[in-house]
Design a binder for this molecule. Structure first.
Ligand code: NAI
Length: 319
């Protein structure tokens, strides 16, 4: 078999995200070193990855062309940060979402890395200009934001710092493609990047519709799973417009007045009040009680569905 022997260093391993990155990089044939401040987290992660990869292999859903054993042999734990970054071409930071902690880690990395390695953060909402401010190696810094669960949802948002070199963006884009993910470029940083801005727009209106008694929480979710979501796995909102008339221009001619009329009735940002949260929770718990076992079982079902959807997408859209 063929393994590209380039070190990919993971900063932290215990949580969902670090583990997923490790599996994705190993799937792409890269050597991975996991580093975490807690030794036990590294041991847990290695054990967990072994179990998960074996299951994925049995289900025929393991990514990449290597066997589970081959991929597992590429991943090792490393208790020392200096050793972990040695020879690395890409460092993916996945420590908790805390600006001061992440800044501390990047300052530490900044003092030990060379001019070639890419310093990448998994942050969901911290701004690159805040995270990477003042680093000597700022040109090599980027945010590569995955979507949970990353092994099943391929999108990666690439968000540069204003001083990030174009080659850093290009190299990270190429690496993400190589490991089978689907990178996209956010050209200028903005709060929430793109995915969460869209997601929050949907949540905000969903909340309002439920709060105003227009629809029940479970019926609201049906509108997505049986309606909008059916198409969104294949065509985005802009292509939907393009296809729902004779092209985008014709759609705007026909529907923009109607859209503006509806959009003007949207209200302010919801307060996410306790009362509404309890009402929504009650409805959600009918199908999925909010204890750890039921939630874990439902997540497993979700991952299985996403895996099948990925298979279907690869059949209908050869890449
Ligand atoms: P987590 O809390 O599960 O894992 C954090 C890990 O970092 C722990 O294993 C901890 O021991 C380790 N750690 C803490 N301080 C450290 C240090 N100084 N040096 C090395 N390791 C240290 O967090 P999770 O959920 O995996 O999230 C990590 C990052 O990924 C966050 O920035 C989060 O916003 C982002 N992210 C999370 C998503 C999610 O749905 N969980 C989705 C996309 C991005």
């Amino acid at each position: 078999y063929f393994v590209t022997s380039i070190g990919c260093v993971m900063i932290k391993s215990g949580g969902v995200i670090g583990r997923s990155w490790a599996m994705l990089f190993a799937g792409g044939g890269f050597q991975v070193k996991l580093y975490d401040i807690e030794q036990q987290q590294i041991r847990n992660a290695l054990e967990n990855i072994r179990k998960e990869m074996k299951l994925l292999e049995q289900a025929g859903a393991l990514k990449g062309s290597l066997s589970a054993e081959e991929q597992l042999s590429l991943i090792s734990g490393c208790p020392n940060i200096q050793e972990a970054v040695e020879g690395a071409m890409h460092i993916q930071e996945c420590v908790p979402e805390d600006l001061e902690l992440k800044k501390k880690i990047f300052a530490q990395l900044d003092s030990i890395v060379d001019d070639r390695v890419i310093l990448s953060s998994s942050t969901s909402c911290l701004m690159p200009s805040k995270l990477f401010a003042g680093l000597v190696h700022v040109k090599q810094c980027i945010v590569a934001h995955p979507v949970n669960p990353p092994y099943y949802i391929p999108l990666i948002e690439l968000v540069p710092h204003p001083e990030t070199a174009p080659t850093t963006v290009d190299r990270t884009h190429a690496l993400m493609k190589k490991i089978g993910q689907c990178p996209m470029r956010v050209q200028k940083e903005v709060a929430g990047f793109v995915l969460n801005r869209l997601q929050y727009a949907v949540i905000s209106e969903a909340w309002r519709l439920v709060e105003e008694g227009i629809v029940s929480p479970s019926d609201l979710d049906l509108v997505m799973t049986e309606g909008l979501g059916m198409r969104y796995a294949f065509i985005g909102p802009l292509e939907t417009m393009h296809l729902n008339a004779e092209g985008m221009l014709s759609y705007c001619d026909r529907y923009s007045e109607g859209m503006k009329h509806v959009l003007k009735t949207f209200g302010p940002i919801p307060e996410f009040s306790r009362a509404t949260a309890e009402k929504v929770n009650q409805d959600m718990c009918v199908k999925v009680p909010d204890d750890p076992e039921h939630l874990a079982a439902r997540r497993q079902w979700r991952d299985e569905c996403l895996m099948r959807l990925a298979k279907l997408k690869s059949q209908v859209q050869p890449q």
